[in-house]
Design a protein around this ligand. Structure first.
Ligand SMILES: Nc1ncnc2c1ncn2[C@@H]1O[C@H](COP(=O)(O)OP(=O)(O)OP(=O)(O)O)[C@@H](O)[C@H]1O
Ligand SMILES: [Mg+2]
Length: 263
């Protein structure tokens, strides 16, 4: 369970970047965050894993002993410990290209094993086996030994998901995980992310309302740092216009184009 309460962030010039963001997400939910460019989606996600401290508000998660912890208030050491249990998938993959797919998955746990072992990449056989299982879940075990730099965009994104799975997180965050994938790969990735929400709350930022309608259990829309919608993932055209304004036409054009390419 994740509880976000009243996050605010204001620039010195008075511009409100986040303006009272509040929501709760339970295990079993796959929440898609939508909103036009600059709305505050990434800033919100950054607050959720402690990369950004809001001016006020709190982000409450449960630690391994089921005690509530406010990510915005804990010290750096505690934050490091908590972040090991937050899986993050980024648009740009954040993978080390010169390492193999398997090594990239294992890196996800470096923060969790002791420093001496991690200095020598000292993973146990059991850990290697679990990393392979994670790759198998995203249908990448055959490419486990391939150099990551040689993989396609879709394959790299699957490695990034395997890395998050291997971390056995209690919360999964994804910032535009399908943005630079073709429609078919984007669907594959959505199908792989969705079932993970059975084990933990999953929150993803997307620019494709048709994808969140199909795969997410709930949609939150942010505009100018405020939540303007929180509910059913299927959005009416009127709602989409409210969320995207003039950007909507551009999105529709892109979707037509992508659909034409996919055929
Ligand atoms: N460190 C910063 N200093 C000043 N402004 C910032 C900073 N970080 C983000 N912003 C501004 O805050 C606003 C929200 O940024 P954010 O990255 O959350 O947008 P977003 O909704 O993720 O957009 P996109 O869809 O383009 O990724 C933007 O206008 C951005 O320029
Ligand atoms: Mg963003």
């Amino acid at each position: 369970m994740l509880e976000v309460k009243n996050l605010t962030k204001t620039l010195p010039n008075g511009r409100r970047l986040l303006d009272g963001i509040s929501f709760k997400v339970k295990k079993g939910e796959f929440v898609g965050i939508l909103g036009s460019s600059g709305a505050g989606k990434t800033l919100t996600l950054r607050c959720l894993n402690g990369l950004l401290k809001p001016d006020s508000g709190s982000v409450i998660i449960r630690d391994e002993h089921d005690r509530p912890l406010d990510i915005c208030k804990i010290n750096k050491r505690e934050l490091r410990r908590v972040r090991q249990k937050i899986g993050v998938i980024f648009q740009g993959y954040h993978l080390v290209k010169r390492l193999s797919a398997l090594e990239n998955v294992m890196i996800g746990k470096l923060g969790q094993i002791n420093t001496f072992r991690s200095l020598f990449y000292g993973f146990t056989d059991t850990e290697a086996e679990q990393a392979l299982k994670a790759l198998d879940k995203v249908k990448m075990s055959e490419l486990a030994g391939s150099m990551t730099g040689n993989l396609s965009g879709g394959e790299m994104q699957r490695v990034a998901i395997a890395r998050a799975i291997f971390q056995s997180p209690t919360l999964l965050l994804a910032d535009e995980p399908i943005s630079n994938l073709d429609p078919s790969n984007a669907k594959t990735i959505m199908k792989m992310i969705k079932p993970l929400s059975e084990h933990m709350p999953v929150i993803g930022v997307f620019h494709q309302p048709e994808m969140t309608a199909k795969y997410c259990s709930r949609v939150i829309a942010i505009k100018e740092g405020k939540i303007i919608y929180d509910g059913d993932p299927k959005l009416s055209n009127k709602r989409l216009e409210e969320i995207y304004g003039e950007e909507l036409e551009l999105i529709e054009q892109q979707e037509h184009l992508l659909a034409a390419i996919a055929k």
